[in-house]
Design a protein around this ligand. Structure first.
Ligand SMILES: [Zn+2]
Length: 374
């Protein structure tokens, strides 16, 4: 099974691989996109094609304002309708979803159900952050834990089938929609009209979703990665019990689907301010808000294997998007990106985080790196 649809790094082809491993490392002067990134080019001022392809600031501002107004309108209509819950929010243990849970429950005064899926690959810091956030906000929390072999089989399959676009584009772009499906099912079953995901800038890629997941996507018509998921689950390692967990629109087609929104993309966002806010509110302890400590443990092998095989950090495009939008500091993320590259090079990543995860998945680093990523 090849995983290729939904790939945002479409120029990631075999003939670019040699260049990816090259030593020349020019960086865009506006963001931090490196010269070894597929399909990158720089103008005479040293600005990359990702930056120059941006919409005009005026057009982007107007589009964002319209979506912001929709968000305010939607919240006002949802509040006080006599439902048990006005909205469901996915809580991951990171700063962004904690901040959004605060906004929705305290600032916008909605009746919030927090929702978490246990994959078995959460960091201890993320789990503590979730507990703190729930306690401080005093909101209901629903935790769904699928049978353990579900995620072990899924991740093991995905790491054995990494595509030409790399580890994140393979693992996260399939796992993400499966997780969205769990929250969607819960919202439909509990008659909750709104589902929120606290994604920060660039998550998921705007080519997939920006402010709202479209109705065709929720109906599972194959847009984005929908149909690929069902194809993957035809593989012999999965059984009926696994397939029954997936979102299946046919079961719910007579019910009203909730709207699924990602409002942090249209609200005021600055990384430093959000970290300060969640720490001041006590939702997350000081020093426990950084993505490096809150991210899913699969990030260790994903970043390591991707950097080893393709020569660049799989998140560099996401970092760059935040910098471009003025939501994060270029100097800081340039430094972070270099540190990550250094850690991969000296092998710290492998010892600390890669080996334990691959061992649990029954995988071998050498075999994954030797395989043709296509
Ligand atoms: Zn750039």
């Amino acid at each position: 099974m090849l995983l290729s649809a939904g790939c945002v790094f479409s120029a990631c082809q075999e003939d670019t691989r040699a260049a990816l491993r090259g030593n020349s490392m020019q960086r865009c002067k506006k963001c931090i996109m490196p010269s070894n990134y597929p399909s990158i080019s720089f103008n005479e001022k040293g600005i990359c094609n990702f930056c120059t392809a941006q919409n005009s600031p005026e057009a982007a501002k107007a589009a964002k304002e319209a979506l912001y107004n929709d968000f305010q309108h939607t919240i006002a209509n949802a509040r006080g309708q006599g439902r048990e819950y006005d909205c469901l929010i996915s809580l991951s243990g990171g700063k962004d979803s904690a901040y959004l849970a605060y906004l929705l429950s305290k600032e916008y005064k909605l009746k919030v159900l927090a929702f978490t899926i246990t994959t078995g690959f959460e960091s201890a810091v993320a789990q503590n952050n979730i507990r703190r956030t729930i306690e401080k906000l005093d909101i209901d929390h629903y935790i769904f834990t699928p049978h353990e072999s579900f995620f072990i089989k899924l991740y093991s399959y995905l790491f054995r089938h990494i595509n030409a676009c790399g580890s994140v584009a393979t693992v996260c772009f399939i796992c993400g929609p499966i997780l969205y499906g769990f929250s969607l099912k819960t919202a439909v079953e509990l008659d909750i009209p709104l589902v929120f995901h606290g994604f920060g800038p660039g998550q998921p890629p705007h080519t997939h979703h920006f402010y709202e997941m479209s109705l065709p996507h929720l109906m599972g018509d194959g847009s984005a990665t929908g149909s690929q998921i069902y194809d993957i689950f035809k593989d012999g390692i999965f059984d009926e019990r696994d397939r029954a967990l997936l979102w299946n629109y046919e079961i719910y087609k007579h019910k009203k689907l909730p709207r699924v929104l990602m409002p942090l993309h249209v609200l005021e966002y600055h990384e430093d301010a959000i970290i300060k806010k969640v720490q001041d509110l006590g939702l997350i302890a000081k020093g426990k808000a950084h993505p490096l400590v809150t991210n899913c443990l699969l990030n260790w092998p994903m970043v390591y294997l991707h950097a080893k095989k393709l020569g660049f950090n799989p998140y560099v495009e996401f970092f760059s998007e935040m910098i471009r939008a003025g939501q994060a500091h270029r100097a800081y993320w340039l430094w972070m990106d270099r540190i990550l590259g250094f850690l991969v090079k000296i092998g710290i990543f492998r010892l600390q985080g890669v080996r334990p995860v691959l061992k649990r998945l029954g995988l071998n680093e050498k075999e994954i790196l030797a395989r043709h990523w296509q």
